[in-house]
Design a protein around this ligand. Structure first.
Ligand SMILES: Nc1nc2c(ncn2[C@@H]2O[C@H](COP(=O)(O)OP(=O)(O)OP(=O)(O)O)[C@@H](O)[C@H]2O)c(=O)[nH]1
Ligand SMILES: [Mg+2]
Length: 441
């Protein structure tokens, strides 16, 4: 108490020294102390608010990352807007992935401390997987596919059903509207016209069979076209089966490789990945994270190094480690003056020299949300690097799933895989019957 009085007297003297009248010195000193204490209190409250906001942001981010990784959150994912801008998509992807890996890899930590708040924004792990929202719900593979195709089903099949329901017969007006529905769903002009022509001629002999028959005929016409584009990828044979993954920027190459690596590893295959996209350091990291998750070796060089050198080392490593499958990632664009296609051709030559016949599969990744543009990309890559299969990603992000039918019937390249979400199991070997069932059943 005495000390307080002493400090107050000192402050009073100081204020008097500054020109405050002596009789008001005590009052001024008390006022100043009061002001300082109020400021300190306000500062403290501000700190608390900022901290709690930071925590909430971390929780939200963690839940989002865990949801993307979760095997069972398709419904939530389906609500996301389509990734229309390919460039933008690439920027979004690569960074969140590392965060997504950490929480899922440490379920024990979160289970032990479900209600504990992290001490600071820098240490979010303890709250990550304990979020109740990502409680896994068992969903069958077929149901996942159905969920992934929700947008296309409600737009394409929903509109077809409405059309059939409102038209008693297959007249000109019906055909016109059906054509419009198919074109809107990205079947493309060529496929739409051929399909409608075949449907009309078949429907002539089913005139009296009612609306269900028409619906079945349409499903069948789609199935026929999809069947011509279906051929599973067989990775067996002597030595490493080499898959080179190509495609423009942001279509989902690296993610597809990660999912494939996990699926092959789960089948007991030894997998090696080659980080041939040396354009960005983040691209190499992204692949390394997938490799870590699946216990798969990744051969990588520094950012900016020659992708063919990576292909060379990866091929050597795959042979030395007696791998069953080697998957090579590639850049979607190049920052140097080197032509992308020329670069890819060079990588192919290197692979062939090390493993005769390699690459055994040149898998072109196409983004379903880019619509008819995917066909143009396919033609360009086909001319340059002899594409042998297609993986069509992001079907969950578009109502225009008819692009699968366009690709299957217009390209001479089989569709190997389709992507209907961001989870590992959302990359599925393409099955025409299953696809049509998921849409029409
Ligand atoms: N919704 C959804 N997203 C997907 C699918 N496949 C890939 N993606 C997302 O697409 C984004 C781009 O994927 P990447 O694998 O980085 O694409 P990339 O072709 O390697 O891109 P670059 O390396 O920049 O050329 C990521 O956010 C992926 O999670 C899919 O089937 N559905
Ligand atoms: Mg990539």
């Amino acid at each position: 108490m005495d000390m307080l009085k002493e400090y107050l007297a000192l402050l009073q003297q100081f204020l008097v020294g500054l020109g405050v009248p002596e009789e008001q010195g005590t009052l001024a000193a008390l006022g100043l102390v009061y002001l300082l204490l109020t400021l300190l209190l306000l500062l403290f409250i501000l700190l608390l608010v900022v901290r709690s906001r930071g925590r909430r942001a971390v929780k939200r981010e963690a839940r989002r990352a865990a949801a993307a990784e979760s095997e069972d959150v398709e419904a939530a994912e389906l609500e996301k807007p389509p990734v229309a801008d390919v460039e933008a998509a690439a920027e979004v992807v690569t960074e969140p992935e590392p965060e997504a890996a950490a929480p899922v890899a440490e379920p024990a930590v979160s289970a032990e401390a479900p209600s504990e708040e992290p001490p600071s924004v820098e240490a979010p792990e303890p709250i990550v997987v304990s979020a109740p929202e990502v409680e896994p719900v068992p969903v069958s593979m077929f149901e996942r596919l159905r969920l992934g195709l929700n947008k296309t089903r409600s737009s394409l099949v929903g509109r077809v059903d409405a059309l059939i329901g409102s038209h008693a017969k297959l007249d000109d007006e019906f055909i016109e509207e059906l054509e419009e529905i198919l074109i809107t769903a990205d079947f493309g002009m060529e496929t739409t016209q051929a399909l409608v022509a075949d449907l009309t001629s078949r429907a002539a002999s089913h005139k009296d069979d009612g609306p269900d028959a028409l619906r079945n005929l349409l499903a069948d016409e789609i199935r026929v076209r999809l069947n011509s584009g279906e051929a599973a990828l067989e990775t067996g044979g002597q030595g490493p089966f080499v898959i080179m993954v190509v495609g423009v920027n942001g279509v989902g190459k690296t993610t597809t490789i990660g999912k494939l690596a996990r699926q092959f590893a789960n089948q007991g295959k030894k997998v090696v990945l080659g980080a041939g996209d040396t354009f960005r350091a983040a691209a190499v990291q992204q692949l390394q994270i997938w490799g870590e998750r699946s216990g798969v070796d990744v051969v990588a060089h520094a950012e900016g190094s020659d992708p063919s050198a990576v292909a060379f080392d990866a091929a050597k490593a795959a042979v030395a480690r007696q791998a069953d499958v080697l998957i090579i990632d590639t850049a979607g664009r190049l920052h140097t003056k080197v032509n992308l296609m020329e670069e890819l051709r060079k990588m192919r030559r290197v692979l062939d020299r090390e493993i005769p016949g390699a690459p055994h599969e040149t898998l072109l990744v196409l983004d379903a949300t880019t619509g008819q543009n995917a066909l143009i990309q396919a033609n360009k890559f086909q001319e340059a690097v002899d594409v042998s299969g297609v993986a069509l990603t992001k079907l969950d992000g578009t109502a225009k799933g008819g692009i699968v039918v366009a690709i299957s019937s217009q390209l001479q390249i089989p569709v190997r895989y389709i992507g209907v979400g961001e989870g590992v199991d959302d990359l599925r070997p393409f099955d025409a019957d299953e696809f049509v069932d998921a849409l029409f059943r």
